[in-house]
Every structure is written in C-alpha cells, then in structure tokens.
Design a protein. Structure first.
Length: 131
C-alpha cells in the first residue's frame, strides 16, 4: 500500500558497550549500513561499512523479526548486577516499531536467533570496547 512505501521496513541492531556504540541497519531492499562511534580516549578509528544483502536472506531476516515469538517479547531484559555489560537492542520497524533490549542477562531465544542472523549477514566483527 502507499502508506507502507513511505516507511521502508528496517531492522536495526545497536550494540552499546562502555566505550563504543555500533549500529547495524538492514532495510527491506537489502541495503546494509554499519556505523560505529568510539570514545575519543580509545584512540581508535571508527569503521563504516555498506553492503547489499541477497533478497532471499533479507526475506528470512524479516520473517524472523516479524514472527509472533519476537514481537511477543518484553521491551527490556536486564541484569542490573552487571555494570559493564554491553546492551544489545534490536529494533524492527514494520507497520509499528518493536524494540527489545538485552543487557547483561540471558537473551530470550527469538532475540538470540535474530542477533545471530544479523551478525552472520554482516560477516564482520561488531565492535564492543570496554566489556
């Protein structure tokens, strides 16, 4: 429909470590963008990557993100006893926005599967500094 064309479906992964934040984004057309911000005191250059993901793999990724299992998750899973843990957030922008964050605790299975698939599609290390 016309309204769906205005807001392209996107999946974002945000990896927030103590001294770095990495963002991986894949849209429904298969365009992958990776950007990172690194604390100046780390004296390390930030990476930028752009790629195109095959349509079949994009379809599988979006099927996982729009599954009732993922959409049924709570917004936040945290273990407050772990101060320096990385926070992983997956955002699925479909008709609505679904955002799930996990920090320092066990990842629910639908979240873990989606995170694993995103890492595999990117195929390169996602920066986490200070963990």
């Amino acid at each position: 429909s016309a309204s769906e064309a205005k807001t392209p479906r996107t999946i974002n992964l945000i990896v927030e470590a103590p001294f770095s934040t990495a963002r991986l984004s894949i849209d429904a057309r298969g365009r992958l963008r990776y950007r990172e911000e690194i604390s100046p005191r780390m004296k390390q250059a930030a990476r930028r990557e752009d790629a195109l993901i095959p349509a079949a793999e994009v379809a599988e990724l979006f099927a996982l993100a729009s599954s009732p299992e993922f959409l049924g998750l709570k917004g936040e899973y945290s273990n407050l006893n772990i101060a320096d843990a990385t926070r992983y957030t997956i955002e699925f922008r479909g008709k609505t926005l679904k955002r799930v964050s996990v920090k320092g605790g066990a990842q629910p299975e639908p979240f873990r599967l989606l995170l694993e698939r995103l890492r595999k599609l990117f195929g390169k290390p996602i920066t986490e500094i200070g963990v």
